[in-house]
Design a protein around this ligand. Structure first.
Ligand code: FE
Length: 222
């Protein structure tokens, strides 16, 4: 519940920054591709060509293929370093609905990022974090296709927050993205100022009572 204390200002700054990027992309595509291209290093050649030919389909494609970075969120108070390397956070005796989360880590061009680090941590089904051990904490690396799979349980609720899973994602030799993943249909989502719909899991309820979820991350790469 102490998530709320120090979060407000950085969170607002991140959203403002993304808004500016989105606005620039739309404006640049529709009106002034040359101006937009000036903000991207290494595209001066194509800018020169556009002066003569105007807006080309190739330029539109390049602009719209830049995917927005996954939104950063506050780390919260319960992260611990040195989590075990494992793709299964489920241990014997652990209660809750088994959840298998899969997805890819992508760069802003939509290309898979191999050997990206993912470090998950979350509350148990009762809403408690293990702050003495490493229950429901674990890290792994994406495969050659940028894919990951983590088996866990649906986290429980704790006061002040909607349901969420914490994660850090880092492409090789790049900066760390710290964020949180959210669950659709939660009454608490609209009351939680950390919640953002761009971070919603895509959930499937399986016949055996387990759940499957997907989420793709878009991260900065070196
Ligand atoms: Fe939390």
């Amino acid at each position: 519940m102490t998530h709320h204390a120090s979060r407000m200002q950085p969170h607002r700054l991140v959203r403002l920054g993304l808004g500016i990027i989105a606005a620039s992309a739309v404006f640049g595509t529709a009106v002034a591709p040359a101006a937009f291209a000036q903000t991207l290093p290494g595209q001066s050649t194509s800018v020169a060509a556009q002066t003569d030919t105007g807006l080309s389909p190739t330029t539109v494609g390049q602009t719209t293929s830049v995917q927005a970075l996954t939104l950063a969120e506050t780390e919260g108070p319960y992260y611990k370093t040195n989590s075990p390397e494992t793709s299964s956070l489920v241990q014997p005796g652990l209660q809750g609905t088994v959840l298998t989360l899969t997805g890819q880590v992508l760069d802003q061009g939509g290309q898979p990022v191999a050997h990206a680090l993912l470090d998950f941590w979350q509350a148990d089904a009762g809403g408690a974090y293990d702050n003495t051990g490493y229950t429901l904490r674990g890290h792994q690396y994406t495969d050659a296709n940028g894919s990951y799979t983590v088996t866990t349980v649906v986290p429980g609720l704790y006061p002040g927050r909607t349901r969420h899973i914490h994660v850090k994602v880092q492409a090789p030799s790049s900066s760390v993205l710290t964020t949180q993943l959210f669950f659709p249909g939660e009454a608490g989502n609209s009351r939680d100022s950390i919640f953002d719909p761009s971070l919603l899991l895509n959930i499937t309820n399986n016949a055996d009572g387990t759940q499957s979820a997907t989420f793709n991350f878009v991260v900065a790469t070196a």
